[in-house]
Design a protein around this ligand. Structure first.
Ligand code: PMT
Length: 217
């Protein structure tokens, strides 16, 4: 039984990958399983929060009691995030959002052509930056940074450039941590503080992240 530190609070969490359609049967995506984001949702529920979980396509089950909102593309994620974030005390962007999408989505299945195929991609909106820059009803905004090198510098850069309050940095260069693993290790950064969370189950890591968040909202 956890102390109900988040009673009366609403937390919106994004999780899983996005899928960016190329044609009716193909898409661009990544290896996010949703485990980290779903563990955060579970931890927030345990501490008494009302939880909106905006999720890309995953195979795991949402914790009982969350308001699950299914999305596929980054643009859908942006729409739902801008719908729920202004009504939330905190917003956590754990989804692995595709940075680019196909410039045009073919209406019919693309036919096999020559030996090379060039696909033009255009930049997706930065969902968490939109949330963090809300002029009214801006929630406490927490990002994740998935890096394979220069983890601390890149994460601190994202904290600042995206106007976040807190960022959870994971080194995703190891196959037993981060994407699609049961364990993770994070470094949490605020503008004047940091905290190391050594390797542990995503369940345990998520509880610490949510406890840290609860102290600040
Ligand atoms: O789902 P799992 O298999 O459990 O794996 C967990 C995880 C590795 C996916 C997770 O811990 C994680 O790191 N999530 C963020 C992945 C990511 O997209 O990182 P990034 O460094 O590219 O993005 C930085 C931040 O900006 C993130 O909060 C991301 O949600 C957000 N972003 C990125 C691009 C974009 N267009 N819009 C965004 O909102």
């Amino acid at each position: 039984e956890q102390p109900q530190l988040l009673a009366g609070k609403t937390i919106t969490i994004t999780a899983g990958p996005t899928r960016e359609a190329i044609d009716p049967v193909r898409f661009i995506s990544n290896h996010s399983s949703g485990k980290m984001g779903y563990a955060l949702a579970e931890a927030a529920l345990l501490l008494g929060a009302k939880v909106n979980l905006i999720s890309g396509p995953v195979t795991i089950k949402a914790p009982t009691g969350v308001n699950l909102i299914n999305i596929e593309s980054a643009e859908q994620l942006l729409n739902e995030s801008l719908n729920y974030a202004p009504r939330s005390d905190a917003f956590i962007g754990c989804a692995a959002v595709a940075d680019y999408r196909a410039a045009t989505v073919a209406a019919q299945k693309m036919k096999k052509q020559g030996d090379e195929l060039t696909l033009t991609l255009v930049k997706n909106p930065d969902v968490i930056a939109h949330v963090a820059n809300l002029q009214q009803n801006r929630p406490y905004t927490v990002g994740f940074a998935a890096e394979t090198q220069n983890v601390a510098n890149y994460a601190k850069g994202k904290l600042k450039n995206k106007n976040l309050d807190m960022i959870c940095a994971n080194d995703v260069s190891q196959s037993d941590l981060g994407f699609n693993a049961d364990n993770n290790a994070l470094t949490l950064y605020w503008h004047n503080e940091q905290l190391e969370l050594p390797t542990n189950s995503k369940t345990a890591i998520a509880l610490t992240v949510i406890q840290q968040l609860a102290q600040r909202i």
